[in-house]
Design a protein. Structure first.
Length: 439
């Protein structure tokens, strides 16, 4: 390939996968942005390889060869354009008035027809790599069948909190009962996976680097042969909440009591973390996970299985925060959740529309026992059939998470007739007023 040569290929809308302005490793990089078409080019300058993207309300989309010099069956589908090196500035610019991207003020190098604009309607953040009205068979097949969240087995710290004053949190090990729980969990997990039709399945693990989670992973792994395990990735962002440097057992007890008074989400332990801090790092992990899902990074392209199962072996609070971030639960909803039991599993299963729902696997009673409200359960039912890119409009505007006056207006209560100080104090307290309006 000569310097400055660009390889471009038009990409059918139904085949688009990938995140906005994120182009991955080998294979074909795809970029997408809500309501706009994006062009991606690959330019070769000696040993340097560059991705650049351009977007405007009238740009067209393309996918570029992701590995310079690579030849494949798809190679003939690319078209080459030689761009003089002196005209290349490391990026493709775009102009809203034009129908094609242009380089350094000239469009003559990228003279392609415009692809149809996608019809987008919904929550772009929920799934930015596909349009709302379709999820291609390729994109769907890359998605794991399940994302299984598993808390570690019973640890020394679970049976004796004083262990934390003698042993670093990351070095706390499983008890004998914890090992038995992990082994049993692996058997249950395999039974669940084998209940699907067919024998074409594997598991891929993400694990916290703490000793108790690594031991839990080993116990679970006894249920699987080598060929069933697609891979394991140690992920520090799945570690336990940092409770600070507690060598004083009584001080630890006092701090945990204070946390209950101030709220589990925002209270930060001295020299440690709050759940809000965990939320921030889980947000980063979530984006990594979604990118891995989008490109099918869990198995070799030539040896893909139909039923891939991701397993996250982590800690109780971390897994609850993960669910909070994934489903956009509020702080109030998070604080109503109960902790996972040791080796407890929560299963996010892929629905026919392409989203993951807890109610695909769990009963409503199980979700209620976890602490989920009826509103949250209704959203999980919606997730079962919804497509990526769609938005649950009822979810955003329902319930009393933010507004507390809807029921009163429906009951015909005139809030203006209630003394302002009572209304204000009632709204702040969240209590139910004897006159009938919900606080």
């Amino acid at each position: 390939m000569a310097d400055g040569q660009v390889l471009l290929r038009k990409l059918p809308l139904s085949q688009e996968i990938g995140n906005p302005h994120v182009c991955h490793g080998r294979g074909l990089g795809k970029c997408w942005q809500q309501g706009r078409k994006v062009a991606v080019v690959r330019v070769h300058f000696g040993s340097r390889r560059r991705w650049s993207s351009s977007s405007s309300s009238s740009c067209w989309r393309a996918a570029a060869e992701s590995y310079c010099g690579e030849t494949s069956q798809d190679h003939k589908q690319f078209q080459s354009y030689s761009i003089p090196s002196e005209n290349w500035r490391g990026k493709v610019r775009s102009k809203a008035s034009m129908d094609i991207p242009f380089v350094n003020g000239s469009s003559k190098y990228l003279n392609h027809p415009v692809l149809p604009q996608p019809q987008v309607n919904g929550d772009q953040e929920q799934d930015p790599h596909t349009s709302a009205d379709s999820l291609s068979s390729l994109a769907y097949s890359l998605r794991p069948k399940r994302i299984i969240l598993v808390r570690h087995g019973q640890s020394e710290g679970n049976v004796d909190e004083s262990a934390y004053t003698r042993i670093p949190d990351s070095k706390i090990a499983l008890t004998e009962e914890g090992w038995n729980q992990a082994i049993s969990c692996g058997k249950k997990m395999r039974t669940m996976i084998e209940s699907d039709e067919g024998d074409d399945w594997k598991v891929y693990f993400y694990v916290s680097p703490y000793k108790r989670t690594l031991q839990t992973l080993r116990g679970i792994g006894l249920a699987f042969e080598r060929e069933r395990i697609a891979g394991v990735r140690e992920e520090p962002r799945l570690r336990e909440q940092d409770f600070g440097n507690f060598q004083d057992r009584e001080k630890m007890r006092v701090e945990k009591a204070v946390r209950l008074r101030y709220g589990r989400f925002f209270y930060r332990f001295p020299n440690g973390e709050s759940a809000a801090d965990v939320y921030d790092r889980i947000t980063g992990f979530r984006e990594t996970l979604r990118a891995d899902i989008d490109v099918g990074r869990f198995q070799r392209p030539e040896a893909r299985v139909k039923n891939m199962n991701l397993v996250l072996v982590s800690h109780g609070l971390t897994l609850r925060v993960f669910l909070m971030r994934w489903y956009k639960w509020t702080v109030q909803q998070f604080e109503g959740l109960w902790n996972f039991g040791n080796t407890g599993m929560m299963v996010m299963e892929l629905g026919p529309g392409g989203r993951y729902s807890l109610s695909m696997h769990h009963t409503h009673d199980e979700l209620r026992a976890f602490g989920m409200t009826e509103e949250m359960i209704a959203d999980q039912e919606w997730q079962k059939l919804a497509k990526p890119g769609e938005l649950n409009y009822d979810w955003l505007t329902s319930g009393s998470s933010f507004f507390t006056h809807f029921d009163d207006l429906e009951k015909g209560i005139n809030l203006e007739e209630i003394p302002p100080d009572i209304v204000r104090s009632s709204l702040e307290s969240g209590l139910h007023h004897p006159q009938g309006f919900e606080m």
